[in-house]
Design a binder for this molecule. Structure first.
Ligand SMILES: C[S@@+](CC[C@H](N)C(=O)[O-])C[C@H]1O[C@@H](n2cnc3c(N)ncnc32)[C@H](O)[C@@H]1O
Length: 298
């Protein structure tokens, strides 16, 4: 998704259904599946924080579920809960609904088309809110957190997952192109997010998540950093994750990279080139998510 697309869609008050994003949906789904442990780890931490005497979790709200991998994980992890998946994209919600049905969870997964911070009306007494890689796509994050706080039950928890360590998929001493490609991709990514945010409706400069949670009246309880790793270099799945990742960066950061780096990425993405990621034996995928867990005061 380019900053222009964002501006166009949000600026006209439309829900999001961006072609570029949709083209990446298969990749996002695969990535969410292979990195799924960070959802499970967070859920187990929430169970610890709630304590052994807490009643079962009955209402979960998953904002910005994308293809719904997390949504289904929450439904599995909390078998007495209904999970509401709220997204501004109908295509994402359709994918979430299909995934829930395929996993036999459709009776407990509901979808809601809404563009935050609006669209929470009617939701009350939510036990757990999951906000994974979505808040940075919303113009005013503090207003959104305050609106989310309003729908939490007293003592309810919100878990936010945001960027941790940058993703790495190839060794530093890559045998193609100029050294330092990974750092230049990181810089292009940071610039892309900053530019994208400028186009969001009601865009304000964001503070740190602990500060924004406090401003929204929520109490920070824990902030673990959870590692993500796939390192079976010879597996087709790892190659596919790395291929999709580079393909996404290639199209998103095209204006932030020079011709040499674009040529290097093109070699890596060439299925016929033995130096390409579909043939290399040194590919892997590591990253991390920074989790923030906060409680609504009782
Ligand atoms: C990067 S995806 C995150 C998908 C998944 N949760 C994950 O962890 O990978 C961001 C999701 O947030 C949704 N989104 C972006 N802005 C939104 C808004 N203002 N209100 C609701 N959903 C939004 C997008 O449609 C997309 O599904």
């Amino acid at each position: 998704m380019t900053a222009h697309d964002h501006d166009h869609q949000h600026g006209h008050g439309h829900h999001i259904d961006d072609d570029h994003w949709l083209a990446m949906l298969d990749h996002v789904e695969l990535e969410n599946e292979v990195f799924g442990a960070f959802v499970t780890d967070t859920a187990h931490r929430l169970i610890e924080i709630r304590g052994p005497a807490a009643p079962p979790v009955r209402r979960v709200l998953d904002i910005g579920p994308g293809p719904g991998v997390g949504t289904c994980a929450w439904a599995r992890l909390f078998p007495e809960a209904t999970v509401v998946a709220l997204d501004a994209s109908q295509a994402m919600l359709d994918r979430t609904t299909a995934r829930a049905a395929a996993h036999g969870l459709d009776g407990r997964v509901e979808v809601r088309l809404a563009e935050l911070p609006a669209g929470l009306d009617g939701l009350v007494d939510i036990d757990v809110i999951w906000a994974s890689m979505v808040l940075h796509h919303i113009g005013n994050e503090v207003v959104t957190l305050a609106a989310l706080s309003d729908v939490l039950a007293p003592g309810g928890l919100i878990a936010i997952a945001e960027f941790g360590d940058p993703q790495r998929v190839l060794p530093d001493d890559l045998d193609i192109g100029r050294p330092g490609l990974a750092e230049r991709l990181d810089a292009a990514g940071t610039a892309w997010v900053a530019e994208m945010r400028k186009g969001l409706p009601g865009a304000t400069t964001s503070d740190t998540y602990p500060s924004m949670l406090e401003a929204a009246g929520l109490e920070l309880v824990d902030s673990p950093r959870v590692g993500l790793r796939v390192d079976e270099s010879t597996s087709d799945m790892t190659r596919q994750v790395v291929f999709g990742h580079l393909q996404r960066l290639r199209s998103q950061f095209v204006s932030g990279l020079d011709a040499d780096d674009l040529a290097t990425i093109d070699i890596l993405l060439d299925p016929a080139d033995p130096r390409g990621v579909m043939h290399r034996n040194d590919v892997f995928a590591t990253s991390s998510r920074q989790i923030f867990i906060a409680r609504k005061p009782s």
